[in-house]
Design a protein around this ligand. Structure first.
Ligand SMILES: Nc1nc2c(c(=O)[nH]1)N[C@H]1C(S)=C(S)[C@@H](COP(=O)(O)OP(=O)(O)OC[C@H]3O[C@@H](n4cnc5c(=O)[nH]c(N)nc54)[C@H](O)[C@@H]3O)O[C@H]1N2
Ligand SMILES: Nc1nc2c(c(=O)[nH]1)N[C@H]1C(S)=C(S)[C@@H](COP(=O)(O)OP(=O)(O)OC[C@H]3O[C@@H](n4cnc5c(=O)[nH]c(N)nc54)[C@H](O)[C@@H]3O)O[C@H]1N2
Ligand code: SF4
Ligand SMILES: [Mo]
Length: 696
């Protein structure tokens, strides 16, 4: 038997873990961590370990399928790639000619290795209607960072400068479950947390074990903005700022001092349900213990002041001088010579927009949510239902399952029924894929050759194809093929993906095989870059007061917006939700080893609250908001704030018949349909919403 080990990089989440794939006679038998990896140092999580179950899953799509029954009936026939791509191209082309290219929409959920291909395809085809989850995922933080300091500050957990953070704020980030979230390895984050002398977790759940140096601030969900402003207030009023940084490298400090006056710890205490003294104490710890860093997450993204909260948290980093210093929050340096394809076709403009200006007037966002470069999903689905301003004729969903991962999914189902032509690219016939006319089978990370530069951060990783199941194709290749058929060669001049990869690597003087041999290319970290270059903002400074926001008639200094929802005797608990270690959003429920670790949809409730309601651990319950009901299983714990419950996100049951409404019954998004949005980014209200819980 021949045994082979191939070094590659995992893509079961957004992490940057390098792994070793073990093959016996060309069959993938095991995935292990790569001890030599500078990004993950041998760390691996259960999703990667069990990914051979994804690769060889008996239900995987292996050929393109065409619907033969009624829409949603789940009856299919296999067709060739040639036929599938010709049909799709013909249909998209006829819509483009008859109605205009904006009548074709593309959607994907989270960012994936092919995101830039999709965005570029949408641009080249001429549609502004590219719908993603960016409004609730990361973009409030990315874009507010862009206008404040010209880049995304990242916790210096790798400690290239010889130190890791002494003080860490873990702010709405589910470290043990999500693996450190975006662009880092969870294992490395945990190592940094263990080294820190002070760790402050800001989360309605205690996500770290109680031990000396660890504090939990269990705030009321959705009120992070108030807490952030009060922390700024204390640091300013107690003169705990970094004077050198503030004087020399920031803009608008005097305005900030005036502006912050009303946001006292006492004011925030009422809103956040935290003690004012605790807020003061935490502000002092964060400002005094240096270097300090903030690891933030989706906990702060799903509120009506998501964008402004991110701004306030950036300002905390700025006034304490923790920016770009060893062990603080740093601006990573990307490898210089790796090319990055632009999502825009033609010359790039400044600003956050991914879409050419001339298309903006056709965008379904209608000028709202200026910091979301993509189309706002709730607005998109509504435009279909109401046919206002127009109803798209075709939708291509690439790697997204909105019937489970987007809010108000019952309405999305109705909207899907109204679209003439739907294509879904996925690994499986998910509830969303079942609504398609044509389904395209996508390649997993084990079936791709790629230059993984997802977050354009400090490391670019080699991903090597080790297997091929059926006739699956890399999504990027599918896009190239369709681009050719639709006359978009100017935007996609590569004859094949191989050709594209060589273009990406051209300046490195490595070919793809040599790059794989190396495995990783890293940037050369440099600290305090601003001392040399300033910040790439209008003033050249770290903008406490934002010129960009001012020019857009938006609040140039951070504010707090409350949702005004209140608990009532009918709905007495605050509902929030979180992601799960074994699963990636709606994925992996069909991988036996992962499902076994978390077989049922869980809702966490405080043990004392549960006993008040007569609910026992592991009992099945109904969660209900004004918008819907779902069924989940109780997990009692003392680690959650007593008036909060936290449901797992992403549940459906692949083992059941999903042509009926099985995908609705434990899907937390059935509980959210609040049509209130953050005006800057379009974020939805998904943290503190009133809820009740009762036995079935
Ligand atoms: N295993 C796994 N890993 C993933 C993913 C996955 O689905 N599964 N998804 C990936 C993606 S796309 C993303 S965006 C990242 C996200 O990764 P995270 O940012 O870690 O996302 P969440 O699990 O939503 O976590 C948020 C944390 O916020 C807490 N929280 C809830 N409400 C509030 C609140 O109002 N305020 C505060 N401060 N905290 C609150 C929750 O208790 C939870 O601990 O993870 C990525 N990694
Ligand atoms: N209530 C609630 N809702 C949320 C969240 C939450 O925490 N709570 N999180 C939000 C966030 S942060 C995000 S990013 C979104 C994520 O939303 P989605 O991106 O829709 O989530 P997934 O379940 O990961 O989705 C996608 C589908 O893509 C398929 N897929 C995976 N990889 C590939 C690939 O390489 N190619 C193709 N073609 N298909 C692939 C999977 O099989 C799966 O069916 O959900 C958001 N929705
Ligand atoms: S944390 Fe993410 S990238 Fe790392 S091994 Fe797990 S799934 Fe793979
Ligand atoms: Mo996300």
């Amino acid at each position: 038997m021949s045994h082979k080990i191939v070094r590659t990089s995992c893509r079961m989440c957004h992490g940057v873990c390098q792994v070793l794939v073990h093959l016996d006679n060309d069959k993938v038998v095991k995935v292990t961590g790569d001890p030599e990896s500078p990004t993950s140092k041998g760390y691996i999580c259960s999703k990667a370990i069990h990914s051979p179950e994804l690769l060889y899953h008996p239900d995987r799509l292996t050929e393109p399928l065409e619907r033969i029954g009624k829409r949603g009936e789940n009856k299919w026939k296999a067709i060739s790639w040639q036929e599938a791509l010709d049909k799709i191209a013909e249909k998209l082309d006829s819509i483009r000619k008859e109605y205009g290219s904006e009548y074709v929409a593309l959607t994907q959920g989270t960012g994936r290795p092919y995101t830039i291909f999709n965005a570029r395809f949408a641009n080249a085809f001429g549609t502004p209607n590219f719908v993603t989850s960016s409004h609730i995922c990361f973009f409030s933080r990315v874009t507010s960072s862009g206008i404040t300091l010209g880049g995304l500050p990242i916790s210096d957990i790798y400690g290239f400068g010889g130190v890791t953070p002494k003080c860490m704020l873990i702010w709405g980030c589910n470290i043990f479950n999500t693996g450190g979230a975006d662009g880092m390895s969870g294992g490395m984050l945990r190592r940094a947390i263990n080294h820190a002398q002070n760790v402050i977790v800001i989360d309605p759940r205690k996500t770290l074990p109680n031990k000396p140096g660890v504090r939990h601030l269990q705030l009321k969900p959705g009120t992070d903005g108030a807490l952030a402003l009060a922390l700024v207030h204390v640091i300013i009023s107690e003169d705990l700022i970094d004077k050198d940084f503030v004087q020399n490298y920031t803009f608008g400090y005097d305005e900030l001092v005036q502006h912050i006056q009303p946001y006292t710890p006492e004011w925030a205490s009422e809103i956040t349900e935290l003690d004012a003294e605790t807020i003061k104490d935490v502000a002092r710890t964060y400002a005094i213990i240096k270097p300090a860093s903030i690891q933030w997450g989706n906990g702060i993204d799903y509120s009506l002041s998501a964008f402004q909260t991110a701004r306030a948290i950036l300002i905390l980093r700025g006034i304490t001088g923790n920016i770009d210093k060893p062990g603080g929050d740093v601006l990573w340096v990307s490898p210089e010579k790796i090319r990055v394809m632009s999502p825009l076709v033609g010359p790039e403009g400044i600003g956050a927009r991914f879409l050419p200006q001339e298309k903006q007037s056709l965008s379904l966002n209608e000028g709202k949510y200026p910091f979301d470069p993509f189309i706002h999903p709730p607005t998109f689905w509504k435009s279909i239902l109401e046919e206002k301003p127009y109803r798209v004729k075709a939708l291509w969903a690439i790697g997204t399952n909105p019937l489970v991962t987007a809010t108000n999914p019952a309405e999305i189902k109705k909207a899907l029924d109204l679209i003439d032509f739907i294509v879904v690219s996925d690994f499986f016939l998910t509830p969303t894929a079942q609504q398609a006319d044509i389904v395209l089978p996508a390649a997993t990370w084990l079936e791709q050759n790629d230059i993984a530069n997802f977050h354009k951060i400090w490391a670019v990783l080699a991903r090597k194809k080790v297997a091929q199941v059926g006739n699956v194709k890399d999504d990027k290749e599918i896009i190239l093929e369709l681009a050719k058929r639709l006359g978009l060669q100017e935007a996609f001049p590569w004859s094949s993906l191989e050709d594209y990869r060589e273009w990406i690597l051209e300046n490195t003087e490595l070919n793809f095989d040599e790059f794989c041999e190396k495995g990783i290319i890293t940037g050369n970290m440099e600290y305090f870059k601003y001392r040399k270059n300033g910040f790439p903002t209008p003033s050249g400074k770290f903008e406490l007061y934002s010129h960009v926001l001012e020019s857009m008639n938006l609040d140039p200094l951070p504010i707090y917006r409350d949702s005004s929802l209140e608990l009532t005797s009918d709905y007495p608990l605050w509902l929030t939700n979180a992601k799960t270690l074994e699963f990636f959003h709606s994925e992996n429920r069909n991988l036996p080893s992962l499902r076994q670790k978390n077989p049922d949809p869980l809702v966490e409730i405080n043990s004392f609250t549960a006993s008040e309601y007569g609910i026992a651990n592991e009992e099945w319950v109904i969660l209900e908001t004004v918008h819907g009901k779902v069924r989940m299983r109780v997990k009692t714990t003392t680690a959650i704030k007593p008036n909060v419950i936290c449901a797992q996100h992403g549940w459906w049951f692949p083992e059941e018949d999903n042509s009926e409404n099985s995908w609705q019954k434990s899907n937390v998004n059935m509980l959210y349909a609040y049509q209130m949005y953050d005006p800057e980014i379009g974020a939805e209200l998904m943290r503190g919403v009133p809820c009740k819980i009762y036995r079935e």
